[in-house]
Design a protein around this ligand. Structure first.
Ligand code: DGT
Length: 229
């Protein structure tokens, strides 16, 4: 299966493997994460790992993303379980490049779980099972992250972008849902009161126009590439 879209293939025989500086790009649905990743595809020192949405749309021929939206009570647990697996696959993907940038993470999948918990879409025991898996993975899998970039946006802006891009599975996504997800991302990455932070957070204003965003992405790139070891 073609798991991830990669800009550079890495050599599995690389002997001097040094863990890459790893950045996770986070933010609400439609906040511009894909545009951020695309910006980094031009640099040949960076492995860019896109979120496995395509995998979620085709699990042995079944569109799990669609099922989660059409029958959330029935499919939320199953969906989160698969998201957690596919995210772990990205975290543990070995790259010989000095930099690795990935879209979302097991950490932000918890924002969705938190929302399902608050809106009672998941049973308490389902939350316990997902959290036990999460805790085990955090302790036992190698998922070190060095920086989180938070594309902070207003729910109204992302709602409009989502409507414009018109991904068919998302036609039932409401502004209220985007508000809920926004609040949880903010509690986690802006107020920093919700979950433990796995890395320092850099906040970017995601409400800007594309031209202005590109300037912010460039600043962010300079910060990442020119940091002191
Ligand atoms: P972008 O580039 O910022 O516009 O990012 P998107 O909107 O393409 O990517 P993302 O991850 O915010 O969302 C893709 C779709 O997958 C969207 O319908 C929300 C959904 N999604 C992503 N992660 C999770 C998750 O852990 N749980 C649930 N329920 N949905 C998720």
């Amino acid at each position: 299966k073609n798991l991830v879209v990669l800009t550079k293939m890495t050599s599995p025989t690389c002997k001097l493997y040094k863990r890459p500086f790893t950045v996770c790009i986070e933010g609400n649905i439609g906040s511009g994460k894909t545009t951020f990743l695309s910006h980094f595809k031009q640099f040949d020192n960076t492995t860019v790992l896109q979120e496995p949405v395509e995998l979620w749309r085709n699990v042995a021929g079944i569109n799990l993303l669609e099922l989660m939206y059409t029958d959330p009570k029935r499919y939320s647990f199953l969906f989160q379980s698969y998201v957690q697996l596919t995210m772990l696959q990205l975290h543990t993907y070995k790259s010989a490049m000095p930099y690795k940038i990935m879209e979302r993470s097991v950490f932000s999948a918890r924002c969705f779980i938190e929302n399902m918990k608050r809106t009672k879409l998941l049973e308490d025991v389902e939350v316990v099972v997902l959290e036990d898996w999460y805790d085990w993975c955090i302790q036992n899998a190698n998922i070190v992250t060095d920086l989180i970039v938070y594309l902070r946006t207003s729910p109204e802006v992302v709602y409009n972008r989502m409507k414009t891009r018109a991904r068919k599975e998302e036609n039932s996504v409401s502004l209220e849902y985007l508000h809920q997800l926004h609040n949880i991302h903010d509690e986690w990455l802006y107020d920093q009161t919700l979950f433990n932070l796995p890395a320092p957070v850099l906040v970017i204003d995601g409400n800007k126009s594309l031209e202005e965003m590109v300037i912010q992405f460039e600043n962010c790139k300079n910060l990442i590439f020119n940091r002191k070891e």
